[in-house]
Write a protein that binds this ligand. Sequence first.
Ligand code: SAM
Length: 274
Amino acid sequence: MSIDHTVIDAPASLPEPDAAMIEKLKTVAWFARRPRFWPHMAALTTQRLTGATRHEAQKEAAAAWAAARAVDIGRAFAALGIAEPTPRPLDPALIDDGERRAIRSGVRMGGPGDLDLIHRAILAIDASRVVETGVAYGWSSLAALAALRHTDGRLVSVDMPYPKMGNEAFVGIVVPDEWRTRWTLIREPDRNGIHRALAAFDGSVDLVHYDSDKTYTGRMYGYPLLWRALASGGLFISDDIQDNFGFRDFAARLGLNPAIVESGGKYVGLLRKP
Ligand SMILES: C[S@@+](CC[C@H](N)C(=O)[O-])C[C@H]1O[C@@H](n2cnc3c(N)ncnc32)[C@H](O)[C@@H]1O
């Protein structure tokens, strides 16, 4: 009998599949510690198993569809029958101040929505009950709260922090402390969080800003819930509609013509509830 004397060196780093598996296990452990996030995790798993992520292959076509329809904010409002006597853009000092806070936080999070659009929209329709999904640094929350100070309104936001990033403490960091009396932040995924946010307004809101789960399936979960709660004349705004055909299909299902605004290379979709 011969003995194999080959010495197998321990690998300096784990081969790729094992490293990926460890990351997956860490993600599972992250969700396992948060029971309120389990419905979101179940939905993610179903999406992977059923191949629902195929919708994301529509990105190029969805961007072309949005680009062909994009107009400026004023025209978008006019197309939706919103009269805006004097556009009131966001005070640039608020942005400077927020940027200082974001830099001091030392963490990296998702990019902002269209802040002027959010601010102008709330003032133009005199919205006082606003729900948003997706907070990250809180730029859209800042823009909404700046307007809600004039309409004496409130904002309820839903945000699930990025798994494993350790960003939790910094979500909404750009919002000044003294504005937080008008603000409720629900630190949960859309699944759960949207229901809680709408309940805070007894199920009826004036304006919605959607900027959280950008997958087709995620939109098809959140959009209808938010739309149903919108009061007549209320405004539905969704960020990043170029990612897939979720927004286009939702508008078609409602039989409504959306307005679309280009914003820093992305597209924002608007729908007004009849
Ligand atoms: C693009 S950022 C939001 C930016 C923010 N609206 C702004 O203008 O600063 C997206 C945020 O949504 C959160 N998010 C992603 N998927 C989510 C989900 N299913 N439920 C709740 N929040 C989610 C992300 O963790 C991130 O904080």
